[in-house]
Design a protein around this ligand. Structure first.
Ligand code: UDP
Ligand code: MG
Length: 308
């Protein structure tokens, strides 16, 4: 069986369309499946729509979070609850073309354990957004040593991969990077990002920046290394200045020097502040992980008889 995981947040208009489209495509291809809608604490009628879909469509299973925990948490909840031999994660706004699931499934049957969806283009994203996305992926690819350009959350994972991911103890998870990190036999499928047909994008610039920072932090310690590099640069600068100051002193031309002092002071001061900030950030992350809170809380389910 194939489990299709659809994280959904305020997608009341898309639930019935998504359920119908995906089931239609998979039935036609003769693939046994379940549709796991993970309602990420929506504030609109998303949950009602999922319950309604579960009544008419026996493939639909719904999970409802007690509040909004974010897309990563929703995807991991889906992976933990999935019962299929392989899982596909797909946006429920259908911007990831659902026909590609069949192509992914066939590749899985051919023995691939991870099938990545790779964006051919980024749809109708604005120039700014595109640039930011490029910068983010450039940075994280460098920082983690994994090439993730054009990757997305649209992926098929074999049961073995899903089990490996479910065993990760960390609370702050970055699905895209973790599914790279685990390895396994992989291949790619290229797709074009579609227009959203209903509802609107849930990402503001602020939430995207937060996403970028959290995920870089959860996946690499590069920011900490930056401090070391800055420190070395600082040391070289002060050595040069030190030599210059000494030479001036010996030559007897050591007048003023006030500018140099104040500049160095400001420079050192700001470097120390930055370093403390970065270290503080990592300590905060350690604290968060230490608390060991669950990634999400499920408050309601539907579509599975054996569950209360
Ligand atoms: N989503 C979610 N929780 C959130 C934000 C988004 O589960 O806090 C889901 C959303 O319902 C959609 C998918 O993540 O299925 C992608 O979101 P969206 O379409 O807003 O992102 P975009 O396509 O604009 O990058
Ligand atoms: Mg979308």
């Amino acid at each position: 069986m194939l489990s299709v995981i659809l994280p959904s947040y305020n997608e009341e208009k898309m639930i019935p369309i998504a359920a119908e489209t995906v089931t239609g495509i998979l039935d036609e291809a003769g693939i046994d499946h379940e549709l796991l809608f993970v309602d990420d604490g929506s504030r609109d009628k998303t949950w009602d729509q999922i319950e309604k879909a579960a009544e008419t469509n026996p493939h639909v299973v719904g999970l409802h979070f007690s509040r909004n925990f974010g897309k990563e948490a929703a995807m991991f909840a889906g992976l933990e609850q999935a019962r299929g031999d392989c899982c596909v994660v797909i946006d429920c706004d259908l911007q990831h073309p659902p026909e590609k699931i069949v192509e992914m499934y066939r590749l899985w049957e051919d023995g691939f354990e991870v099938v990545e969806g790779i964006k051919v283009d980024r749809g109708t994203e604005s120039g700014m957004h595109r640039l930011a996305a490029k910068g983010f992926y450039g940075l994280i690819s460098k920082a983690t040593g994994l090439n993730m350009a054009d990757s997305s959350d649209f992926k098929l994972l074999d049961r073995k991969v899903v089990d490996a991911l479910n065993q990760m103890p960390e609370r702050n998870v970055f699905f895209r990077a973790l599914s790279f990190w685990v390895g396994f036999k992989r291949t790619t499928v290229r797709y074009r990002v579609r227009q959203r047909t209903a509802g609107e994008s849930k990402w503001s610039t602020r939430s995207l920046i937060k996403y970028a920072v959290t995920n870089i932090g959860s996946f690499s310690s590069a920011p900490l290394h930056i401090i070391t590099v800055l420190g070395i640069l600082m040391l070289i600068t002060s050595l040069v200045f030190g030599v210059v100051a000494l030479v001036q002193k010996i030559a007897g031309t050591a007048i003023g020097g006030f500018t140099t002092v104040i500049l160095l002071l400001l420079f050192t001061g700001s470097l120390i502040m930055i370093s403390l900030g970065i270290i503080g950030y990592y300590i905060a992350r350690i604290y968060e992980e230490l608390k060991g809170r669950p990634r999400y809380i499920i408050s309601r389910t539907c579509g599975r008889e054996d569950e209360a």
